[in-house]
Design a binder for this molecule. Sequence first.
Ligand code: UD1
Ligand code: CA
Length: 466
Amino acid sequence: MSVGAIVLAAGQGTRMRSRVPKVLHPLAGRTMLGWVLAAVADAGVEHVVAVIGHGADDVRAALPEGVVPAVQDPQRGTGHAAQVGLDALGQRCDTVLVLCGDTPLLTGELLGRLLAAQGESGAALTVLTAELDDPAAYGRVIRGTDGGVQRVIEARDATPQQLAVREINVGVYAADPAGLRSALDNVGSANAQEEVYLPDALPLLDGPVTALPIDDPAVVLGINTRVELAACEAVLQERLREELMLGGVTMPDPARVHVDVSVRVGPDTVLWPGTALRGDTQIGADCEIGPDVTMIDSAVGDGTTVVASHVVESEIGDGCEVGPYARLRPDSRLAAGARVGTYVETKNAGLGPGARVPHLSYIGDAEIGEYSNIGAGNITANYDGFRKHRTTIGARVKTGSDCVFVAPVRLGDDVMTGAGSIITDDVPDGSLGIARARQSVIEGFTARAAAKARRAAEEASGEGQS
Ligand code: UD1
Ligand code: CA
């Protein structure tokens, strides 16, 4: 059986009140439409068409490779959109799934079950349905006396009696494409919105329509507003966290951990509250991450601790310590056992094995060799006002507190620098670099200064009396 899918995504999504097309709003690091397409791919569908219209250029650009765009302009309703999709699909398959781009909680497993039900029943079409306590604006499923599906009536076109029906149309169908195509040809637009409704094709099909009722209504949640966007995000977060926890990750307070879909975390790692792992972030085993850590597109080895820090496009090796209050900007690279401590900012900088920048420093465009220790308050002055330059520091170097390295500058291995030095020249292996004014001591200064002040005050008051 060759299966195709048509994803309807041409609508405007007015109620999102956004410049961004509705289906491109992100959830857990993937667009709404991306979630639907992932479910379709999980179900093993070969030919996929996305019907686009509003924001077509942006939506087309976001489509994964292999998904065929079909433009629906103007948008004359879901039935019309399905026609556009069927045309683009051609004669390629003997079963077609039709679903909406705004239902990101659908799973491949559920779509697989729908396809199986359609295959077994030999019906002209199988529609997913759900019983809702509050069927709201969903289309109501009207069944005949034999229990079969007669039709779906939209809420705005329904009688009070029909509105009382609690079984709703999820908006996901599996059908024989040729049958659906000819039924849609005969659907009119005599309804409240003057649109061609896909569900109106159901009674016109040449064959029975069956329903596949599902018992988890959360799966069918469609997004029309940002409130529903947040509700879907919450469901996806719960799913992703559960997957991680079942894979061996500890979360003492899971509700306060946020992860994107592509995040990977190794076993026995603890994610403390306030942790947000975004993009392509990979974390090894036996780590402690958080509280209060944001990591974007970054990699962490095994046995590393990161506390209260912000990490972007960086690599942290095994057994490292980061934070609290560290900021790792893009292309910060920490080899095994390296440490970046409190109020330290790094950017485009490599720390060798066991290298440490423990306090109050800026390390940008720099390489620091193994087991070197950077004193408190060190700065790499990497910018001359026009261009960036590199600072290279060798192995086993110990810099004093409050040093500035005016790049380009190179310190060899086993170098030391005096506290408060502004290092402008290279320091060769094994040397001390010191660059500061010598201290002078003026003995008895305080008493002399006080006496001078006292005399001045007496003279001033004497003048006042005369
Ligand atoms: C639709 C169903 C309703 C069902 C509900 C489930 C119809 C007429 N009604 O209603 O029975 O309960 O889904 O969520 O089908 N779209 C296009 N082109 C168009 C119109 C819509 O591509 O011309 C797309 C939209 O982008 C959206 C999807 O089709 O992704 C559904 O359209 P929408 O207007 O949201 O239909 P609902 O009112 O939700
Ligand atoms: Ca909808």
